[in-house]
Each structure stands twice: as structure tokens, then as C-alpha cells.
Ligand binder design. Structure first.
Ligand code: MRU
Length: 370
């Protein structure tokens, strides 16, 4: 049974073909929900700036945008002699790699684009640019499919009537479509379950208030907005049945990096016996990082904490910390929801087993972890 009032989710990124070239359009997430507008990109440096300034954000969406950034750079430089073309492409990879540090999907997507480049090393610039564009389109399409698969596995974990708290935005806006954590909620709703969402506002960038609440309202999925410091009160009063969040990087031992404040929610959920689920595509698991301590945590501008947009409320001259992510230790995670199934009580042995089971993986995905 599907919800008859359900509307299609937002298209976060779209590729527009023009003969021999093309451009990437991305919804400007810095202006939502007041303004819904696509910005247009035609170079790797432009896309990198879009990622850095958070026009596009959310781990999977960053990965898709970066892949298109490489393709754009190749298309832009295809008429140059081969050596200059490859130098331009190298610079494109470098600027994209530096755009944001925490979401491993960025590096995963760039590694996949480098692999595509190596596989077509003998091709002329125009042919290579077309191969890189085809790879970026494949990454884009796969992400939607992966989110739908995760959604189906995750939906089975939610009871009819569940009140589900989420932190940050792990929705269609954070991916190529459907979403990771919100994808699970969308799939449960589509399966006929009556789910209501409690959205943490997510200080300081307000992804919960601005983006998650907007996505849910657009689709008539019941949503209640709270400030981050209200979650404990609601849990203590039995008003939350489950927590679902997304993630930017999962270490080999199952530690989870996600938006700042997630750790606090996980501790509270454990205290109140509430399941804490993490929706996590396999491209977000980084087996090269032994534990969460090794995950690079982005520090963002103090101005995000001292005010918002043009308004400053904090005392001028105050010192500020603004770590943008935190790490939730694996022992607080009830389960990881992946596109290959649910991993209860994740740990090193379970993740190793998942990745050693080669029948699960397409050649592309497998090669990223060898
Ligand atoms: O700083 P952001 O908005 O890019 O952080 C996003 C998050 O922390 C999301 O929860 C995470 O990327 C998972 S997105 C499906």
C-alpha cells in the first residue's frame, strides 16, 4: 500500500547535456527553504566551491557532485593537447579532494573516477571525457538504487506508528535521491506504516530545521521540529521509539562519524533503551581507518556559531569551536543499515566479513577496497 498523498522527492543534482559539453545543476541548499533555486556549474573548481560552501552537502551527494566535477573538467579541457589536458584533470582532482575532509564518499568517488581514467589511459581527451562523464552518471544512478535498497531493509526495523528522531539531513537533498536515513522513513511510509518524524534542528548550520523539515513537509510525512537540547526530554517521556541518522564515514571497527550532536543523541538513546540506527551505504565505510579517532573532523568557520547569515548574536571577540562532525563509538550503534542488509551491533569482524564476501559486490565497488 502506498501513501496517496506522497509526492516525489526533490532532485538535488541534475546533469544537462549540451552537444560535446554539459553542465551540472545543484539545488542551492544554503538558501532552502526560503528560496528553491538551481545553481549551474561547468568546472571542477566551481563544483569544489559548491561543496565547500555547502550548496551541496551530505556524504553521498558530495560524492556524486565530485564525480561530475571531474567530468566537467575533462569536457572543458578536451580540446587541449594530451599533456595539458591531463594536467588540467590533475588540478581538477586536487581542488575537489580539498573541498571537504570528513565524508569519505568524496574520496571514494574520486578514486573511482581515477580508476576510470586509468582504464582508458590510451584514449584521446575527447573519448576519455566521455568515459568520465559516463562513470559520473553511473555513480549518480547507483546512488538512488542503493538508497532504495537501504530503505527497504531499514523499513522492516520500524514498527507501524513509530516516532523516529533524526539528526541533520540525511534525505534526498543529501544524496542523489530518496535519502539514507530519510530513505528508510520514506520506504516505511510507502509500505503503509504510519511514521512520524522528530527532526533535531541541528545547530549550527540548521540542516534539520531547514532541510529535513522541508523535505518531510513537502511529502506530507508528519514531522515535528525540536531544538537539539530537547531530545533527552522527549526520550525521558517515552516520546521517541527509534533514532535513525546517516553517516559521513564509518571506521573499520564500526565507529560512526556524523553531524555534530549525533554522539549526544546516541548516548541518550542508549540511556533510554531506544534503538540507534545508522543508514550507511557501503561507499561510506572506510576500511583504511581502524577506529573513529582517525577520522578527520572538519572545523568550520566561527561565524556559523556566533550567528546565522547576516545576524550575529554572540559577543564580538569571543573564542569559538566549530567541529562539524563527531564520532559515535560502535557500541552505541544498534545496527548499520546498508544496501546489502542490516548489520546488528557492528564491529570489526562483521565489517571485514561483509567486505570479504565478494559475491556481494560489483567489480567497481570491490576494487575500491582492495
Ligand atoms: O555538513 P553536512 O550537512 O554535509 O553533514 C551531513 C551529515 O552529517 C549527514 O548526516 C551525512 O552526510 C549523511 S547524508 C546521507
Amino acid at each position: 500500500m502506498s501513501n496517496s498523498t506522497h509526492r516525489d522527492h526533490v532532485v538535488t543534482l541534475r546533469w544537462l547535456d549540451t552537444p560535446g559539453y554539459g553542465r551540472l545543476e545543484m539545488v542551492d541548499q544554503t538558501r532552502l527553504p526560503a528560496v528553491f533555486e538551481y545553481l549551474s556549474y561547468d568546472s571542477a573548481a566551481g563544483v569544489a566551491e559548491g561543496i565547500r560552501s555547502m550548496v551541496v552537502r551530505g556524504a553521498p551527494a558530495i560524492g556524486v557532485a565530485a564525480a561530475y566535477g571531474v567530468a566537467l573538467e575533462a569536457l572543458l579541457s578536451q580540446s587541449l593537447p594530451a599533456a595539458e589536458f591531463h594536467a588540467a584533470l590533475d588540478s581538477g582532482f586536487t581542488v575537489l579532494e580539498k573541498s571537504r575532509p570528513t565524508a569519505v564518499n568524496l574520496f571514494w568517488a574520486l578514486a573511482r573516477m581515477q580508476r576510470c581514467r586509468s582504464m582508458h589511459a590510451q584514449a584521446n581527451p575527447t573519448a576519455l571525457a566521455q568515459s568520465l562523464l559516463a562513470e559520473a552518471k553511473a555513480i549518480h544512478q547507483e546512488d538512488v538504487r542503493i538508497n532504495q535498497q537501504m530503505g527497504e531493509y531499514g523499513a522492516a526495523l520500524l514498527a507501524d506508528g513509530a516516532r523516529v528522531l533524526t539528526h541533520c539531513n540525511a534525505g534526498a537533498l543529501a544524496t542523489a535521491g530518496h535519502g539514507t536515513a530519510l530513505g528508510v522513513i520514506r520506504s516505511a511510509v510507502a509500505a503503509g506504516k504510519r511514521i512520524s518524524v522528530i527532526a533535531d534542528e541541528t545547530r549550527p548550520f540548521l540542516q534539520g530545521a531547514r532541510l529535513t523539515a522541508w523535505e518531510m513537509v513537502q511529502e506530507n510525512i508528519p514531522v515535528t521540529l525540536i531544538t537539539d537540547n530537547m531530545a533527552g526530554h522527549l526520550m525521558a517521556h517515552g516520546e521517541i521509539d527509534a533514532v535513525i541518522v546517516g553517516t559521513d564515514r564509518v571506521a573499520a571497527n564500526g565507529d560512526v562519524a556524523n553531524k555534530i550532536g549525533t554522539y549526544m543523541v546516541a548516548v541518550l538513546a542508549a540511556r533510554h533503551g531506544i534503538p540507534f540506527y545508522v543508514a550507511c551505504p557501503l561507499s561510506t565505510i572506510d576500511l583504511n581507518i581502524v577506529s573513529g579517532d582517525q577520522i578527520p573532523i572538519e572545523e568550520r568557520a566561527p561565524s556559523e556559531v556566533t550567528g546565522f547569515r547576516d545576524t550575529q548574536w554572540a559577543a564580538a571577540g569571543v573564542q569559538v569551536r566549530n567541529p562539524s562532525f563527531d564520532v559515535t563509538p560502535a557500541d552505541l550503534v544498534t545496527a548499520l543499515i546498508t544496501e546489502k542488509g542490516v548489520i546488528h551491533a557492528p564491529n570489526k569482524a562483521k565489517l571485514e566479513k561483509l567486505f570479504s564476501d565478494k559475491k556481494f559486490f560489483s567489480d567497481n565497488l570491490l576494487s575500491m577496497f582492495e
